[in-house]
Structure formats: structure tokens, C-alpha cells
Design a protein around this ligand. Structure first.
Ligand code: AMP
Length: 556
């Protein structure tokens, strides 16, 4: 017997309809590429999204067609989020930090029909314009007065003209909730990028779950500033969550330096922000140097890479900002876990709380997770056993777009699980803790050393700005930990001083064999440290030393 409840499809358009109806005068504030601050409301956003849907229809766009974007976080990108997906087409957010060859490959693979771009990316668009096989035209996200002249881009259109010439009379169509809504390519370091194709249903379920109190804890009382880009995994779902709960949105545009972010956080009274640790490093550095505080921000979501405990502590003790540590992947829409406390944690000392917060946290309802050993046998949730992390759920990838690469799922008994490539422990309370990416683990003399723990100790040193620990080849132990460090300005920290910080904090044989000081760490297109490049550059460092005379460390 079926239930007798309405069969309403879960569609992305329903989010902006809801935001308009219930939070119509709530603001969306954007720092524009043009440099000024733009502000309007959810009601305006809804109207212009409908105009955009009409404009796209006029350009011949049909359901399921892919529309690419090369854009920062801003209101026009938000209109594309709703206008494109809402009409039944597929929004393909392209990471503009990728190389032009990769962007061309991705646009071809996705068979994009049009590409919308912020003016910042004009040089990139010029480079790819003649090369993308399926793209019929490019649309500059600006007004007529600022349109580039003599760009040489065939079929170049003006966003504001398209909107102005289109009627707001548009009824969002109803269709199957399993229809594709959005496409995002993984920023894989090897092989071709792979497309993860979200559906309206998967996106809506993710939005419900991610907004909950023990997840990102978002409400109509919040002012949310996503630093995490809208061109990568839908800015962790925040543009959808804000509409669902009616939170004010603040978009930083291209200005992601500490000073610009701090100005915006203060001017718009932001309560919640979200970004990767490297962005927060810049912000914390700025407020530390200028002696500024945060007047309204009480929480910040840190994810995309492990949040160093030193950063947790600095946010909390220096600025009264609680870090919500979260883990996710492009293949998970992206949120899998968030580190929110349970009642029992209220009794903990501050240090014990930081130890819990350093973990990536508990699975959202909807995400099932487990850890397995090399044979695929499940490991206990004892907080000690570490193994490959597998997940499944309604917003986890089943197949990559157009079957790029093998089916990602690992057959395991009756059900399929997605192998994340991360190595983790899970404690009896269900808190998952990533110890490494499987390819970053350091295998020393047959034992595993987790690079994240070693980085965290370096990051806790007051003179360290950034640190990465890699596996360096070693003649005796196969691999040994090598620390690559960026010092804070004016610091003259030495190798010996830094290695002293490890004494008594880890097993002695985990101590890095050497420290290399560099001016900057290589960051990938999503702001994460590229350890593969560090391995290419410094992987033979210890071999070179061994060729010299003594082999450093190897202190077991
Ligand atoms: P991406 O698909 O580019 O978003 O990258 C996903 C990967 O980022 C995950 O598989 C993890 O290796 C890493 N990651 C994301 N969040 C965290 C976190 N909080 N701590 C450690 N690693 C993380």
C-alpha cells in the first residue's frame, strides 16, 4: 500500500521560490569584479533568474543542455545557479584557475553550449574561444558600458542586455527530480578531470541535511559569507542553503585577501563564513598584524583540507570564533561530516575540546560511512584502527559523467560503497578523523606515518606560516617524512628549533628527517597544497643527502 501524500518533485527552483515568498527582502550583497558593492534581495534575484531563463530559452537552450560558467562568487553567478538549473538545463561550473587546456577539455567533455564569464577571465576566454568545439557563444557578465571591445571572441554577448531584453514572466517547469542539475569536475591530480553530475533530488537532500543544527547550523538569523568558490562543488551548497533557511548572503567576488575579507565581514555583520585553511591563514595573519577583531562572526566552517589545531585555537581564543570542521568531496556534493559536539563534550577542558574539533566529525544523516583494511574487512570504531574510508548515500556519486574512468564504486557484498581515497579512524562516538590521503601516507620501514599530524605540530609553532609534510625516498626505510615550511615574515626559525617542537609529542621515529624552508607552497586550483608537486621537487632530497655523507634521522 502506498502512502497518500503529495508527490512533489524536489527541484532547485523551489528554493528560490521559497526564498522570494518567505524572505523576499533578505539581502544578497556582492563585491563585484567592477570593484563596487552591489546589493539586492532574494526577490530581485528570483526575478532576474526568471529573466535569465527566458533569455536562455531565446538562445535556443533546451532541457539537459550544459551551460558553463567561469565566475567568482557573486549575484550574477547566483542567478545562473537558479536560472539554468531551474529551467531544466545543467549548470556546469568550471574552475577558472585550471590551465586553458584543461578548461577546453572540460568544456568539450561537458559539451557546453554557452559559457558565462566574469571580466577577470577575459584572457582565459580569449585563449579558449576558438578551441571549444560545442560552445556557440560567450556571455560577459557585465553591462554594455563595460563590455570588452575588439575582443575577437566570436558571438560575444552582454549579460545585462540579455536580462534587460527578457521578460520576468516565466513559470518554472516541473520535471523528474532525478534530472541532472549541476556538473562539477574533480580537480584530480592525475588523468583527466572527471565530471560529477548532481541531480535536483541529490542537491535538495544535501541542502536539507547540511543546514541542520549539528551540521552547518544555518538559520534566517545568519549572514553567510562563502569564501569557498561557487565554481567548486556549489560553494559547499551554501547558495542553496541560504535560500532554504532565508539567510542573508554576502559574496566576496575576486577579493579574497585578508584585508578585503575582513572589511566585508565587518561591514555586512557576517555571522558565518566558510573556506579552506589557506584562505583563513591569510585572514588570521591580517587581523593579527592589524590588531583587529571580528564584531559579528561567531562561526566559521573550515574544510577542503585538515584544519590545523593551531588555527582552531587561534580562532577560538583570539577572536571568539568557533570552527566547524567539515569534510567532504566533489563526489559527495560535497559535505560528508561536520564536527559538532555531543552533550558529553560540554565537560571537556578547552584542550580536550580542540582534540575533538581537530577530527572531521560525524556523518550527516544520509551519509553512511565505514573504514576497511586492505582486504576490505570492516575495522572497529575504536578511534585507533585506521583504514580506507568508504561512503554511500543519496548525494554520493554513482558514476562519473560519460563514464570517464572506471565505475568509482567498490562492490562490497550486497551494496556499493564509494572509496574516498582518504585514510581515517572513527571513534566510538562516530567522529571520523582523516589521518591522510592514501597517496600522501608516508610508508617508513613498513609502518605508516600520517603526514597531517606532523604538519599540525609544525603549524602550531608561532613562527610557521604554512607547512606540508611529504614522503621523501630513503635508501634504508623506503620513505621518511620531510617537512617543507614557509616561515612567517621576519622569522629566522632554524631546522633544529622547529624539530625540537616534535620532542615528546610523537613517537621519536615519526620525527621528520629534515626541514626545507621555501618562500611559498604550491597551491592547486581549489586552494589546497599540491603535495604531488612537492614530492616531484623534493622527493629525492634525502637520497641526495645520503649520497653526500650521513643519512639524517631515521631515528628508530
Ligand atoms: P575535492 O573533491 O577537491 O573537494 O577534494 C576532496 C578531498 O579533500 C578529500 O578526499 C580529502 O582528502 C580532502 N579534504 C576535504 N575536507 C577535509 C578535511 N576537513 N580534512 C582533511 N582532508 C579534507
Amino acid at each position: 500500500m502506498n502512502g497518500l501524500m503529495m508527490q512533489k518533485q524536489l527541484l532547485i527552483s523551489s528554493l528560490i521560490v521559497h526564498a522570494d515568498r518567505h524572505h523576499g527582502d533578505t539581502e544578497i550583497v556582492s563585491r563585484r569584479v567592477e570593484g563596487d558593492i552591489h546589493r539586492y534581495t532574494f526577490r530581485d534575484c528570483h526575478r532576474r533568474s526568471r529573466q535569465l531563463a527566458n533569455a536562455l530559452t531565446g538562445l535556443g537552450i533546451k532541457p539537459h543542455d550544459r551551460i558553463g560558467t567561469l565566475a567568482w562568487n557573486g549575484y550574477r553567478h547566483m542567478e545562473l545557479y537558479y536560472g539554468v538549473s531551474g529551467m531544466g538545463a545543467v549548470l556546469h561550473t568550471i574552475n577558472p584557475r585550471l590551465h586553458e587546456d584543461q578548461v577546453t577539455y572540460i568544456a568539450d567533455h561537458a559539451e557546453d553550449q554557452y559559457i558565462f564569464f566574469d571580466l577577470t577571465f577575459l584572457p582565459l576566454v580569449k585563449a579558449i574561444a576558438g578551441r571549444c568545439k560545442t560552445v556557440k557563444g560567450f556571455i560577459a557578465m557585465t553591462d554594455r558600458a563595460r563590455m570588452p571591445t575588439d575582443s575577437g571572441i566570436p558571438g560575444l554577448l552582454c549579460y545585462e542586455e540579455l536580462i534587460d531584453h527578457s521578460s520576468p514572466d516565466y513559470a518554472w517547469p516541473t520535471f523528474d527530480e532525478n534530472t541532472a542539475s549541476t556538473l562539477c569536475y574533480t580537480s584530480g591530480t592525475t588523468g583527466h578531470p572527471k565530471g560529477v553530475l548532481y541531480s535536483h533530488r541529490s542537491s535538495l537532500l544535501h541542502t536539507y541535511a547540511a543546514a541542520l543544527p549539528d551540521a552547518l547550523n544555518c538559520s534566517a538569523r545568519d549572514v553567510i559569507l562563502p569564501v569557498v568558490p561557487m565554481f567548486h562543488v556549489n560553494a559547499w551548497g551554501l547558495p542553496y542553503i541560504a535560500c532554504m533557511v532565508g539567510a542573508k548572503l554576502v559574496f566576496p567576488g575576486p577579493a579574497l585577501d585578508g584585508k578585503s575579507l575582513h572589511e566585508l565581514l565587518e561591514a555586512e555583520q557576517v555571522t558565518l563564513s566558510a573556506g579552506v585553511p589557506t584562505v583563513w591563514q591569510g585572514l588570521l595573519n591580517h587581523v593579527e598584524q592589524t590588531g583587529q577583531k571580528f564584531a559579528s562572526m561567531t562561526r566559521t566552517i573550515v574544510g577542503g583540507a585538515a584544519c590545523p589545531p593551531a588555527m582552531l585555537r587561534m580562532f577560538q581564543e583570539g577572536y571568539g570564533v568557533t570552527v566547524l570542521h567539515s569534510w567532504g568531496m566533489t563526489e559527495l556534493s560535497p559535505i560528508g561530516t561536520v564536527c559538532s559536539m555531543k552533550t558529553r563534550h560540554a565537560q571537556l577542558t578547552p584542550q580536550e575540546r580542540y582534540d575533538v574539533q581537530s577530527k572531521q566529525g560525524r556523518a550527516l544523516f544520509g551519509v553512511d560511512m565505514k573504514i576497511v583494511d586492505a582486504n576490505g574487512d570492516e575495522l572497529p570504531w575504536d578511534g585507533v584502527s585506521s583504514g580506507d574510508l568508504l561512503v554511500r548515500g543519496p548525494w554520493v556519486v554513482r558514476d562519473y559523467f560519460r563514464n570517464e574512468g572506471a565505475c568509482p564504486l567498490r562492490a562490497n557484498g550486497e551494496t556499493d560503497w564509494f572509496p574516498t581515497g582518504d585514510v581515517a579512524t572513527i571513534d566510538p562516538d562516530g567522529f571520523m578523523h582523516i589521518t591522510d590521503r592514501s597517496k600522501d601516507v608516508i610508508k617508513s620501514g613498513g609502518e605508516w606515518i600520517g603526514s597531517i599530524d606532523l604538519e599540525n605540530i609544525a603549524m602550531a609553532h608561532p613562527e610557521v606560516f604554512q607547512a606540508a609534510c611529504i614522503a621523501a625516498k630513503h635508501p634504508k626505510w623506503d620513505e621518511r617524512p620531510l617537512l617543507i615550511v614557509v616561515r612567517k615574515p621576519q622569522s629566522s626559525l632554524t631546522r633544529e628549533e622547529l624539530l625540537r617542537a616534535y620532542e615528546g609529542r610523537i613517537a621519536k621515529w615519526w620525527t621528520p628527517d629534515d626541514v626545507i624552508f621555501v618562500d611559498a607552497l604550491p597551491l592547486g586550483a581549489t586552494g589546497k597544497v599540491q603535495k604531488n608537486r612537492l614530492r616531484e621537487q623534493f622527493g629525492d632530497h634525502l637520497l641526495a643527502q645520503a649520497d653526500g655523507e650521513t643519512v639524517q634521522g631515521a631515528c628508530r
